[in-house]
Every structure is written in C-alpha cells, then in structure tokens.
Design a protein around this ligand. Structure first.
Ligand SMILES: C[S@@+](CC[C@H](N)C(=O)[O-])C[C@H]1O[C@@H](n2cnc3c(N)ncnc32)[C@H](O)[C@@H]1O
Length: 279
C-alpha cells in the first residue's frame, strides 16, 4: 500500500514552499527561550542524496531547490532556507537535500525536542540512522494519525506539528480534517502546518471548504502554483497554517512573488495568501 517514496520528489517546488514555511515557523518559535516540540506526522527518510537514482529519475529538484541554490533573494525567510541547505552542503556543491526532519535537526537548539513518525520500513530505517541515539529526538515507526493521538499534547505546550501526507490514499483528505480537529482539542496552542497539492482546482477548493468548516480558528492559507490550473498533474501546492506566527503572513507577502518569479514555468504561475478562518 505504501508505494510513495519522497526520494523521487525531494527538493521540488512543493518542498521549497513547505520547507520555507517550516523553517520560518521554527525560527519564530526560537524567539522565546522556552523549548518547543516539533512533531512530524509523515517524516519520510529525513534527508536525500541528489546523485541517487531516485532523485535523478525525474530530476524534480531542478524545478525547486535547483533554481534557488546559491542565490540571494533579499527575502529573509527564503535566504535563511537557502543558507540552511548550503550549510548541509559544505563543499558548496548541491549534493544533498534535507527532508523536514533534517531541517528541524539543523535548526533546533539542544533543548528543543522532536517526535517523528514514519510508517514505511525503508524510510523509517533511514530516518532512524540519520537521527541516531538522541534523548531529544525520537523516531517512531507508527501510523501518523495514531501518533498524533499518542504523542500530543507535548509537555512543552508549544511547538509545531507538520502534517505532510502523500495523499496516495484519497481518504487522507477526510482523515486530516478529523485528525486536526482532535489534535487541536488536545493541543490548541500548537502551530499546525498542513501541506496540500493542487491537482484539480475544484477538489482543492472543496478541501479548503472542509478545513474552513472544521471549527478550528486562525488558519492561514499559503499557496503557490507554478502552472495554470488547466495543466495536468500537480500544478501547485500550499500550506494551511493553524495558529501561524503573527509575522508569517507579512513574510509570505514578500516571499511568494519572489518564489513565483524564480520557480514558475514560463511566468504562468500564481500565488494565494488568505486568512481561511479568523483568530
Ligand atoms: C510527502 S512524504 C514526507 C516528506 C517529509 N515530510 C519531508 O518534507 O521531507 C510522506 C511520507 O509519509 C509516509 N506515510 C504514508 N502514510 C503514512 C501513515 N499513515 N503514517 C505515517 N507515515 C506515512 C510515506 O511513507 C512518506 O515517507
């Protein structure tokens, strides 16, 4: 059933938006001395090798990090993301791309904690070997939705929950709404970041409607499409952020046009930034 492997897609335009958002939220959480908890529901392998057969198969990273690496955009959240990837590639050449767990591992302070769930046996093993033995970072071969129930709320009472399914199971769209409602009841002060693909506009807007009616306050929608809706396949992606840092909307107002300019195909991209539910 689990046929999706993120190694074929790592570093693509959708990862750029997701990881820029993730890092901007982590940076905001670090403004306070108090430690935070990062919970990753669908962690993947944790890090990826550009020269691997998987990453080379479709070369998706070329539509994302490949266009940004080594650049300076003047936009702080994008530049910090590019710098972090630079720090993981000490030779200067883009040899590796971080997954969401490695972004957290690189950005966290010694006191910040992470709990990472991943079901695929191969990716779980790769993730476990990336993390190694750590008191503060725990890897679980556990179902994402079970993990949310078992591991939230964190004792820190502050943190980021990244929800990043592959949507290979259509049910994921429904499950996310229920899982978010339940997690939010137990951990209402947490920030939640949900990634979604734009594959078919009508279905995307239906999903937005379901999230908007979930009874969860303060949701920000951030979207970047590199192609018009009429094209086939994944034309864009977005992030729904619950309890976003108050700085995130303004940061994204600056970042989205720059990402669009650098990543969209033939200038045919579009962006959206809207408050989906009020505070
Ligand atoms: C999109 S990838 C995650 C990418 C990762 N968050 C990143 O940004 O680097 C989705 C991952 O979810 C895993 N997965 C799928 N269904 C799952 C489930 N029910 N519970 C936990 N992991 C699951 C897949 O094996 C895959 O590695």
């Amino acid at each position: 059933m689990l046929s999706y492997r993120h190694s074929y897609h790592a570093g693509n335009f959708a990862d750029v938006l997701k990881h820029c958002t993730q890092l901007a939220i982590i940076d905001y959480l670090k403004r306070k001395d108090k430690p935070f908890c990062y919970h990753d529901t669908h962690s993947g392998a944790g890090s990826y090798t550009i020269a691997s057969a998987e990453m080379q198969k479709n070369g998706e990273y070329q539509s994302g990090i490949g266009k940004l690496y080594g650049r300076r955009t003047g936009i702080s959240i994008i530049d910090h993301y590019i710098d972090l990837i630079g720090s993981l590639n000490p030779t200067g050449r883009l040899n590796g791309y971080p997954g969401s767990p490695q972004i957290m591992l690189s950005a966290r302070r010694p006191t910040d904690r992470a709990q990472l769930t991943e079901l695929h046996p191969t990716d779980y093993a790769l993730l476990q070997s990336l993390v190694g033995k750590s008191k503060k970072v725990k890897v679980y071969q556990q179902d994402a939705w079970q993990g949310l129930k078992a591991l939230l709320p964190p004792p820190e009472k502050r943190g980021l929950v990244l929800i990043d399914p592959s949507y290979e199971v259509k049910q994921d769209y429904k499950t996310i709404v229920t899982a978010l409602q339940q997690a939010y009841k137990r951990f209402s002060t947490g920030t939640y970041a949900i990634w979604y693909p734009v594959l078919e506009r009508k279905a995307t807007e239906q999903f937005m409607g379901q999230l908007a009616n979930a009874g969860v306050r303060n949701m920000l929608r951030i979207e970047h499409c590199i192609l018009p809706d009429v094209e086939r396949g994944m034309t864009g992606s977005g992030m729904i952020v619950v309890n976003p840092p108050y700085t995130l909307k303004a940061d994204m107002e600056l970042a989205l046009p720059v990402l669009d300019k650098l990543l969209s195909e033939g200038g045919a991209g579009s962006t959206a930034l809207e408050q989906l539910t009020e505070e």
